[in-house]
Design a protein around this ligand. Structure first.
Ligand code: XIL
Length: 319
């Protein structure tokens, strides 16, 4: 059956995927769409594997929501992109405000990674090991991890993840890398930093939270992906959505189709770009309107779970 994932695989990609979240799975028509492997060969938990869900207090681990997503992927025959181990956001205050010294925070971080990656060993095709470590100007973002441990927290995190599941592909993931420039260059430096410590890193994740009419061209995105490949690692679009002012005009939707084609087409054109994940597949469950005032309509399916034919077909044809 033709579909986004079928086309992606036929084009030599590993998957086309979608994020999802536990609360959405009781919506049966939604679940049917998500489970259609013609469109989605991979799923990503939108929240279930984040620190505040997994280890809300020190040493107490709650894997139930994550396990639900793992079971769904297994049942559907889908890959899993597991997201995310070390991030400044959705981080419980016992970590962020704990006042731990360097050695203690390293222990806490390594223990969190070891427990979580071990629990999901063999289930996660990809792990987003570290998420959003950078500022827009390419400097390191201030976080409890960076401020306490310094940049070494990155290789330490990757080494811990690799030790717990040697088969999983390990990613550094961030947003606004698609524009090239200082932040993208700094992400390349993170890949090199982890490599220089002798730790394993397999890929750079481009979140891809883009804007209709401001999405970089296909050729510039290809050039970014080729720079990643030149470091000997792979790349993926991990959270793609392309937002616009709502309600979306006809012209905006036409532009959105082109912007999706530019991004997905760039991935299709570069061998080391292994796949594309959209950050949920329907506007019904998009995170955009809750965070970007007056913005939304960012996904290829609308709020009624109807395909936007123009956008969907543009992605299909770009693959
Ligand atoms: C978002 C989720 O989709 C929301 O449900 C949650 O309230 C906030 O986080 N970058 C990331 C994702 O790496 O984890 C974020 O997901 C979106 C931005």
């Amino acid at each position: 059956v033709d579909g986004l994932n079928t086309r992606a695989v036929a084009a030599g990609k590993e998957y086309f995927g979608s994020a999802t979240d536990n609360g959405e799975l009781s919506d049966i028509p939604y679940l049917e769409g998500l489970s259609n492997t013609a469109d989605f060969g991979s799923i990503t938990p939108g929240n279930a594997m984040k620190w505040d869900t997994i280890e809300p207090s020190r040493g107490t681990f709650n894997f139930a929501n994550g396990d639900t997503i793992v079971d769904l992927a297994e049942k559907n025959g889908q890959l899993l992109r597991c997201h995310t181990l070390v991030w400044h956001s959705q981080l419980p205050s016992w970590v962020s405000n704990g006042g731990f010294d360097n050695a203690t925070l390293i222990d806490i971080m390594v223990n969190h990674i070891t427990q979580e990656v071990t629990h999901y060993k063999g289930k996660c095709y990809h792990w987003d090991v570290v998420n959003e470590a950078l500022n827009e100007d390419g400097t390191y973002r201030s976080s409890v991890f960076y401020d306490t441990i310094g940049p070494a927290y990155l290789p330490i995190a990757f080494a811990a993840a690799a030790a717990a599941d040697p088969e999983a592909k390990l990613y550094f993931n961030d947003y606004n890398l698609e524009y090239g420039g200082a932040k993208f260059n700094a992400a390349l430096e993170i890949v090199k930093l982890v490599q220089s410590y002798g730790a394993k890193i397999d890929g750079l994740g481009f979140q891809g939270h883009l804007i209709v009419g401001s999405t970089p061209s296909r050729s510039s995105q290809e050039s970014n992906l080729n720079k990643v490949a030149a470091l000997g690692v792979e790349a993926a679009f991990t959270e793609l959505d392309i937002r616009t002012t709502t309600p979306a005009t006809e012209a905006a939707v036409a532009q959105q189709a082109k912007d999706y084609a530019a991004t997905v087409g760039a991935c299709a054109a570069v061998e080391k770009c292994v796949g594309v994940t959209i950050w949920d597949y329907t506007d019904k469950y998009s995170w955009i309107p809750s965070v970007f005032q007056g913005q939304g309509a960012a996904l290829p399916w609308d709020e009624n779970l109807q395909k936007k034919e123009l956008v969907y077909n543009a992605i299909l044809e770009a693959l």
